[in-house]
Design a protein around this ligand. Structure first.
Ligand SMILES: [Fe+2]
Ligand SMILES: [Fe+2]
Length: 159
């Protein structure tokens, strides 16, 4: 029987291997919750927006890879966008265009107030916001997430 490679599983494994090495258990747990949470939110939004669920999930899984791996959040979007290039190339599973879409989405994901990014860029920002807000939906929505979250609720028919 031929073994079919599932790209989301491959990248999930890469992310898990990185997270396993985080010494602080709280930080490690936060990494699992956030990266897999954003990936799931990205899948939901990709279905709604007719984008590739697979590419959206993989961008979600990798978007804060650099920050969790190094513990350094300073310019983690641009550093992470560079870091995923060899990481994705090494798997041999992604086209040049797919790598570019994922890297570009990661590059722009911290600029939440900008709304003119590529479809995957905006999707990733939105997935990031959804995960932060829905991690504990009983808390008030932080101001920095309020505008995007209100738009998302509208898009998803929640208001
Ligand atoms: Fe981030
Ligand atoms: Fe994030």
């Amino acid at each position: 029987m031929e073994f079919e490679v599932n790209r989301v599983e491959v990248i999930s494994q890469v992310v898990c291997e990185m997270l396993e090495n985080i010494e602080n258990p709280y930080e490690r747990q936060a990494g699992y919750v956030h990266l897999f949470g954003v990936s799931q939110m990205a899948a939901l939004l990709a279905q709604k927006r007719n984008l590739s669920v697979e590419i959206a999930q993989i961008a979600g899984l990798l978007h804060d890879y650099y920050a969790y791996m190094t513990g350094d959040r300073e310019k983690h979007a641009s550093k992470g966008a560079d870091m995923v290039l060899p990481l994705l190339a090494k798997t041999g599973l992604f086209s040049v265009c797919e790598v570019a879409n994922i890297s570009k989405a990661i590059l722009g994901h911290s600029d939440k107030e900008k709304t003119d990014g590529t479809p995957y860029e905006e999707l990733l920002k939105d997935a990031d916001v959804l995960q932060h807000v829905l991690y504990n939906a009983s808390l008030p929505v932080e101001e920095k997430y309020a505008v995007r979250y209100a738009k998302l609720k509208e898009e998803l028919g929640l208001i």
